[in-house]
Write a protein that binds this ligand. Sequence first.
Ligand code: ATR
Length: 260
Amino acid sequence: MKKFCVIGTPISHSLSPRVHNAWFRAKGIAAEYSTQEVSAKDLAGFMKRFRNEFAGANITIPHKQRVIKFLDFVSAEAKNIGAVNTIINKNGKLYGYNTDVSGVLKSLIKSIKIIRGKKVVVLGAGGAARATVYGLIKSGAKVSILNRTVAHAKNLAREFSAYSFGSLEDFDAANCNILINTTSVGMWPNTMDSPLPSLKKILKGLPARKKPIVMDIIYRPKLTKLLRDAKSAGCKIITGDLMFINQANESFNYFLQVAV
Ligand code: ATR
């Protein structure tokens, strides 16, 4: 039986095993997908084991960037992004891809037909932010990156030629068509936390046509504090489950290459 997993920490909340196991079952493939709780210091050791034991994996917080050095081949897109969320093991050689990019773009395109020219504020500067910023800039959006550690936002903005960067406190709702959270703030079990604690107040002052669309890539809970605040302020929201399913589906297509 081929083994697959999702590697990260904390990982117990992940929905990936449920989704991928159901898809394997539906295709009649004898494979097993598990969660693997791996800390930063254990990643090197785990990746050695992975090469012998596992056929494929998803990579999540906080390893999307640091996993790259353990791979033999990285797709051009994942290389440009600097983050990998999908690995397959072909005869002992590890191949890395990034399916977050199309996951984010597909989720946005359902609600926003044209991304080109839109002012998008991305919260966060980690691995998920890198995929989001890369995809949006490639699609012609005007991207601002806001992050707790401003130096990380600055580096990312420079690397991808984003429009601007700043701290989370710099959020200017009047200059934002789309707001996307890529930080882990608000993720279960900290469901009362928000990367922008005063969002509701900020948004209530805006006329309806100026209110941004708000998207969160966190999918547990489905309605994060950020999205609850945005919804009650009258914004259109995009929940993280859409992005989750879109990236999972593309990852699954890679897994099929090594599942039988
Ligand atoms: P991922 O690969 O999933 O993006 P990551 O690379 O660890 O995970 O990035 C996590 C992001 O969440 C970062 O932008 C981080 O901000 P810092 O660069 O300041 O570390 C952000 N983040 C995590 N915890 C946070 C918190 N309590 N408040 C604000 N931002 C936070």
